[in-house]
Design a protein around this ligand. Structure first.
Ligand code: SF4
Length: 453
């Protein structure tokens, strides 16, 4: 009797990891597995790890323990960036049976013939240089938006970063294949695609068969803007030195690309940017923001910033704080610097005490709340299209405008995954944006008329 084996997945880290987990889970479904929620009993538990989070190992240990608490005899597999960087450390975690590195993770199905628990974990890792091929992936878990992987790896050498060590050199999918995947996502009914990668703006590297002029990011987004069925494309993150005027102007005039840019800054001090080995200084960053504001005053601009980088003095930090305070941006993602093995910054002098790092982190998070409030207030009174997500926990439903304003309203069946033009009216007690409910009346009437034929 053929028993269907169950597999469950847990993902840590970035959008790229979510896209890859989804792709790997589809290969297991293709191999006859049923994918269940991670809280359910399963024959195989797969944990897709991240190398950026400071407590990657502790987190991984806890998740393995939780899985085995539900199914003590389950086969446990660890993949992802942390598995590539620290295969031995991971294989020593009690209960782990298999560790797959960057070149093997997509071939997981080949390793699942024998699911019996092992006394010690098997490790199939690789030198990262050998993982120099591109594997397509997109997420299908969320019914409203999909993370579409278009680029992987990075050729930059920022002194705090382990990602090139975990994911290898920069490489891309072909434009044709990305368009094919976006069309497939459209057929599944998803309306928003979030373009995802490690260094997205570096798309195209090595794609033109080595011909002199490689394709670039602008070539990709031009093609994607013609994909029927996708209402919105969102650029997940792009390096400031790769965010060209051409890309900004294309997005402002495009049919489907939304006015939302997430641009890593990391520090507002040129001295620190140089030590980080970033490829720009604040002058270029200021210019990028100013150009976006010129052509898309309503655009949402998110900023990544690291606090407590080695050598960051109080004065450097205040320079960052004041720089961000004056910049016309919408929100911050604030990261506390944490030493990562095999990175130049981890052995730099003048490591900042952790309590000081935490204090600086808190100050920038408070600034981020203020910035987001100001951005939301500027949008009040305007009419924008909102893609409504599924019912929230308390009978409300949420959605995001094209320029990434999070709105809240009473739950209404039939509006999930629907794009609705609404007027933004006020800010709710929990800091989200209220809308003019009358928008639904006319649409409901139209939907009823349509239903009555
Ligand atoms: S650009 Fe820098 S921070 Fe970003 S992935 Fe590459 S090396 Fe890391």
């Amino acid at each position: 009797m053929n028993i269907t084996r169950k597999a469950a997945f847990h993902t840590l880290g970035c959008k790229l990891n979510y896209a890859e987990t989804s792709a790997i889970s589809r290969t297991l479904e293709g191999g006859g597995f049923t994918v269940v929620d991670f809280s359910q009993p399963a024959d195989v538990y797969v944990i897709n790890t991240c190398s950026v989070t400071a407590n990657a190992d502790k987190e991984c240990k806890l998740i393995v323990r939780n899985a085995l608490a539900v199914s003590p005899e389950a086969f446990v597999v660890i993949v992802g960036c942390y598995a590539q960087l620290k295969p031995e450390a991971i294989s020593a975690i009690p209960g782990v049976d298999l560790v797959l590195g960057a070149s093997e993770k997509f071939k997981l199905l080949n390793y699942l013939d024998d699911l019996s628990k092992k006394t010690s974990a098997s490790v199939f890792s690789c030198e990262i240089e050998t993982a120099n091929f591109f594997v397509e992936a997109w997420s299908a878990g969320d019914r409203t938006r999909s993370f579409l992987k278009v680029q992987d790896g990075c050729d930059y050498t920022c002194t705090f970063c382990t990602i090139p060590l975990a994911r290898g050199n920069s490489r891309s999918d072909t434009v044709e294949n990305v368009v094919k995947n976006a069309s497939a996502i459209a057929l599944s009914g998803i309306k928003e695609v979030v373009l995802t990668g490690v260094n997205l703006g570096d798309f195209g590297k090595g794609l033109n068969g080595g011909k002199k002029k490689d394709l670039t990011f602008i070539d990709l987004i031009r093609e994607l803007d013609e994909v029927e069925g996708i209402e919105r494309f969102r650029i997940s993150s792009i390096e400031p030195n790769l965010l060209t005027d051409e890309v900004i102007e294309f997005v402002s005039a495009s049919k489907r690309f939304v006015p939302h840019f997430h641009i890593p800054l990391q520090s507002g001090s040129d001295r620190i940017l140089k030590i980080m080995r970033r490829r720009y200084l604040t002058a270029l960053y200021t210019d990028r923001i100013a150009h976006i504001r010129r052509v898309m005053p309503h655009a949402c601009i998110g900023v990544d910033v690291i606090v407590g980088f080695p050598g960051e003095t109080e004065a450097d930090f205040l320079e960052t704080y004041n720089y961000l305070n004056t910049l016309d941006i919408s929100y911050l993602h604030v990261f506390t610097y944490s030493q990562r093995d095999n990175t130049p910054a981890s052995v730099m002098p003048d490591q900042v005490p952790m309590n000081e790092r935490k204090k600086r982190n808190k100050m920038l998070r408070i600034l981020s709340v203020k910035k987001l409030r100001q951005f939301y207030e500027h949008q009040l009174g305007t009419t924008r299209n909102v893609l409504f997500e599924h019912q929230g926990p308390t009978g409300v439903m949420h959605g995001f405008t094209d320029n990434y304003v999070k709105v809240t309203t009473a739950y209404r069946p039939g509006f999930q995954n629907e794009l609705v033009e609404v007027k933004l009216t006020g800010i709710s007690a929990d800091g989200l944006v209220n809308i003019d409910e009358r928008a639904f009346l006319s649409i409901s009437r139209r939907m009823q008329e349509k239903a009555l034929g």
